[in-house]
Design a protein around this ligand. Structure first.
Ligand SMILES: Cc1cc2nc3c(=O)[nH]c(=O)nc-3n(C[C@H](O)[C@H](O)[C@H](O)COP(=O)(O)OP(=O)(O)OC[C@H]3O[C@@H](n4cnc5c(N)ncnc54)[C@H](O)[C@@H]3O)c2cc1C
Length: 269
């Protein structure tokens, strides 16, 4: 039984009674990118099947309580382990504890995955150009999608746009190149576009909605948003998601509902 259930953030404190919904998984690796960003991998139980773009609910014991938070899966659905990419919120109930994670520790993993930020949700328009727009750890579901050959065969153009505050927060930049070389081998339509908002010398440093309004993003990519061909996914900071959504709507793009439409979103808080 859930002690509380915050529907919007899918975050909650769970009583020990609901523990059977979870399996206990071992931490296999921890990689610290900066003081506030790290990635970790867990053992993957055979029952945990997911589609690229979905999220898991991970639990951590704090005292006698299980604190649970939503985490997009970074790894591909075909991987043997589960990778996650995490922020550290200094006074956050979950991450202030999770930041001390070490290899060999154990975390609770809810047995079923959740979420609809998947490419299967798009029916019309037919796949042609895919725009994956992320802030910070909102990159996670897109790394999963890019490690699926299906994504590369479906789309002629793929633009991964990753907005961070400082260059040091550009985690996964090298991995992205490796993934493009491995999974997108022979695919000429991939663009990785970093945005560094606190670096005025960065090629792109404005907020995503501004870069859409002033046409700089399309110029950098060499492609325009198109109601007849664009699938656009937004993930991360809710303010970015809201403002970017409005900027895209002003360009005629529409929210994807029941398979039809251009824009799909996921808010992290
Ligand atoms: C569907 C979904 C998927 C998510 N996937 C991820 C993920 O892959 N990686 C991840 O780090 N978080 C993810 N989150 C957020 C995550 O569930 C927690 O909010 C986060 O781990 C912080 O937990 P906390 O208890 O420490 O702080 P909380 O009390 O949950 O959050 C406190 C505050 O921290 C800020 N915050 C929370 N999450 C983030 C974040 N990711 N980046 C920047 N600021 C944040 C917000 O201002 C929030 O109000 C996801 C959330 C949702 C709803």
């Amino acid at each position: 039984m859930l002690a509380c259930y915050h529907e919007r953030s899918l975050s909650c404190h769970v009583e020990i009674m609901s523990i059977e919904k979870f399996s206990l998984e071992k931490v296999l690796s921890v990689h610290r990118w900066t003081n506030t960003l790290f990635s970790f991998t867990l053992t993957r139980p055979a029952h945990f099947k997911f589609t690229a773009g979905q999220f898991a609910r991970i639990g951590l014991k704090v005292g006698d309580e299980l604190v649970v938070r939503a985490y997009s899966v970074v790894s591909s659905p075909f991987d043997e382990t589960l990778e996650f990419f995490s922020i550290v919120v200094p006074d956050g109930a979950f991450t202030s504890n999770l930041q001390h994670l070490q290899v060999g520790d154990e975390l609770y993993l809810e047995k079923i995955p959740y979420g609809f930020l998947t490419l299967t949700r798009y029916q019309l328009p037919l796949p042609h150009d895919l725009w994956l727009l992320a802030t910070g750890t909102g990159l996670a579901p897109f790394i999963s999608m890019l490690q699926d050959f299906d994504t590369w065969s479906k789309y002629k153009k793929i633009n991964l746009v990753y907005s961070v505050r400082t260059a040091s927060e550009l985690a996964y930049a090298t991995r992205i190149e490796e993934i493009a070389a491995t999974f997108g081998e022979g695919h000429s339509g991939f663009k990785f576009v970093p945005i560094i908002t606190r670096d005025p010398n960065a090629a792109l440093h404005d907020r995503l909605p501004v870069l859409i309004e002033n046409g700089e993003l399309e110029k950098a990519v060499g492609l325009q948003f198109n109601t007849e061909s664009s699938h656009v996914m937004l993930c991360g900071n809710p303010q970015m998601v809201e403002d970017t959504k409005e900027a895209l709507k002003a360009r005629g793009l529409i929210m994807n509902r029941r398979g039809e439409g251009n824009i799909a979103v996921e808010n992290y808080w």
